[in-house]
Write a protein that binds this ligand. Structure first.
Ligand SMILES: [Zn+2]
Length: 493
């Protein structure tokens, strides 16, 4: 089917080559054009408003580099009858962000790379002055091809639903998934109001930053939603896994627990509420580097009352890049984790789960995690997911060009670690010996002073047996470390 663009260019849309379908329309290939695709709307979605919004978006020209991070509309399509759809950049080999939570092979290295690249893509949008709005995981695509040079590259899609604001008109983003909606929006959606009818502003840069922090949190915290929690019942936790893990598909603004917590500004990972704890599948908040804990608290707690306090995409990049550059270490069980995480978050979660099952099975042995594959020891950076694979969009918020993959830090070496552990034990032994020496010297001086005191006392009181008691039992008591007790009892006697 031939359709015409705004300037008269004719696109041959191959309606027998469907690429994807959705509630609003279908995406098709374009003949002789492997860089673009066409989205043709359903008849009831070919509205005047939508056409105007798309024409406005097309008039905002984006650079080729920017177009690698989001599928911004590039032309509006018309048939003889009028508006039918639009043309956008084609993305290939892209999967949903939530697939990163589906397999253990997507370890912290993949997830940190993804987190940084989501920040870079959102930063690219914000630099154009635009707002995403519905930044849910269905709209964030990632390249998960193991051997691709574009591995971990993130592209934001479904941009025709973005919240576009002009001086004269607001084209609302009218959709959103509740788990990613900032509290100021959630709290407007009452009394039958929707994203279409609630008073403006609804989506803003700050609401994008809220959703961004939800994604970063989930990526770094074993897929857990930052506002998920569980009820604590004595020793056991009644964990509702339906909200413990990130959801992929759900209706907008139906209220599972994270939504209630978002509305109330209760961030269970850092705030206390009686009888409430974090989901069993979540590592403790303190397993995150302190620098990140502060940024999450700023976004979820301080940002509740004051959304402008939320952490921007650029700030996140500045905080995450040092962790990437430091590299990763492996625990004894072979789980990779951030170098700054003092304990292994995966081991911690496994221990929590084992403890949970011990609780309900009265002491049966803990369940191991046989499905967690051993992590291949790597050297060099050849297999590392790239960060922001193309140039032109600033990283770190300084406009200084792309954030390219840094060289790999050397991985954990068992031999080196064994040597380090031996050295630590030797140092520990020497320290203990030195401390014991100090204690004995101290006791010796104390004993001399005590004897002197007793001799003086015996001349003044009727404690005739005191010196014998002291001399007879003192040495033994000193060896037992009971000098102080003996001394007090003697004086009282
Ligand atoms: Zn571990």
């Amino acid at each position: 089917m031939h359709y015409q663009g705004i300037d008269g260019y004719v696109y041959n849309v191959l309606e027998n080559e469907k690429i994807a379908g959705g509630g609003e329309g279908t995406i098709y290939a374009i003949q002789g054009n492997d860089k673009q695709v066409a989205k043709i709307f359903r008849d009831d979605k070919k509205t005047k408003d939508r056409e105007e919004k798309l024409r406005l978006m097309v008039s905002k020209k984006m650079t080729d580099e920017q177009l690698e991070y989001f599928t911004w509309p590039q032309d509006v399509l018309y048939s003889i009858e009028g508006f039918v759809g639009y043309v956008m950049p084609k993305v290939t080999n892209m999967r949903m962000l939530t697939e990163l939570y589906s397999e253990d092979k997507y370890d912290i290295e993949w997830r940190l790379a993804a987190a940084i690249n989501v920040c870079i893509a959102l930063e690219a949008i914000h630099e154009t002055g635009q707002v995403c709005g519905d930044l849910n995981p269905l709209n964030i695509l990632i390249n998960l091809e193991e051997n691709s040079a574009e591995r971990c590259h993130v592209t934001l899609v479904d941009t025709d639903s973005y919240h576009v604001v002009t001086d004269t008109q607001d084209f609302r983003c009218e959709v959103g998934l509740g788990d990613y909606l900032a509290p100021e929006i959630q709290n407007k959606l009452t009394n039958g109001l929707t994203l279409r009818t609630a008073p403006l502003p609804t989506y803003t840069k700050a609401t994008d930053e809220f959703a961004l922090a939800v994604h970063i949190f989930a990526l770094l915290m074993n897929g857990c939603h930052p506002f998920a929690c569980a009820k604590q019942m004595g020793e056991q936790i009644q964990d509702d896994s339906s909200y413990g893990q990130m959801s992929t598909v759900q209706d907008s603004v139906v209220a599972p627990q994270p939504i209630e917590n978002i509305k109330k500004g209760f961030f269970p990972f850092s705030q206390y509420k009686a009888g409430i704890t974090i989901p069993i599948s979540a590592p403790d908040f303190t397993t995150l580097p302190e620098s990140l804990q502060k940024l999450f608290i700023r976004t979820f707690c301080d940002g509740y009352m004051n959304p402008t306090k939320r952490v921007s995409a650029s700030e996140w990049i500045e905080a995450l890049m040092p962790l990437w550059n430091e590299g990763f270490v492996e625990c004894e069980a072979g789980h990779k984790h951030l170098r700054q995480s003092l304990i292994c978050p995966i081991c911690q979660v496994q221990e929590k789960i084992a403890h949970f099952f011990r609780g309900i099975s009265n002491g049966k042995p803990p369940i191991d995690d046989p499905e967690h594959p051993p992590i291949e020891k790597k050297s060099g950076g050849q297999n590392r997911p790239p960060i922001a694979s193309s140039s032109g969009v600033s990283g770190g918020g300084n406009g200084s060009g792309p954030v390219m993959p840094p060289d790999l830090q050397p991985y954990y070496d068992p031999e080196e670690t064994k040597k380090s552990v031996n050295t630590i034990w030797k140092l520990f032994g020497a320290t203990v010996a030195f401390l014991l020496l100090i204690v004995f010297l101290y006791m010796y001086v104390y004993t001399e002073a005590f004897n002197h005191y007793q001799q003086t006392l015996s001349g003044q009181t009727e404690m005739k047996n005191a010196p014998e008691i002291c001399e007879g039992d003192l040495t033994q008591d000193i060896e037992n470390g009971d000098l102080l007790v003996f001394y007090v009892e003697s004086v009282e006697a």
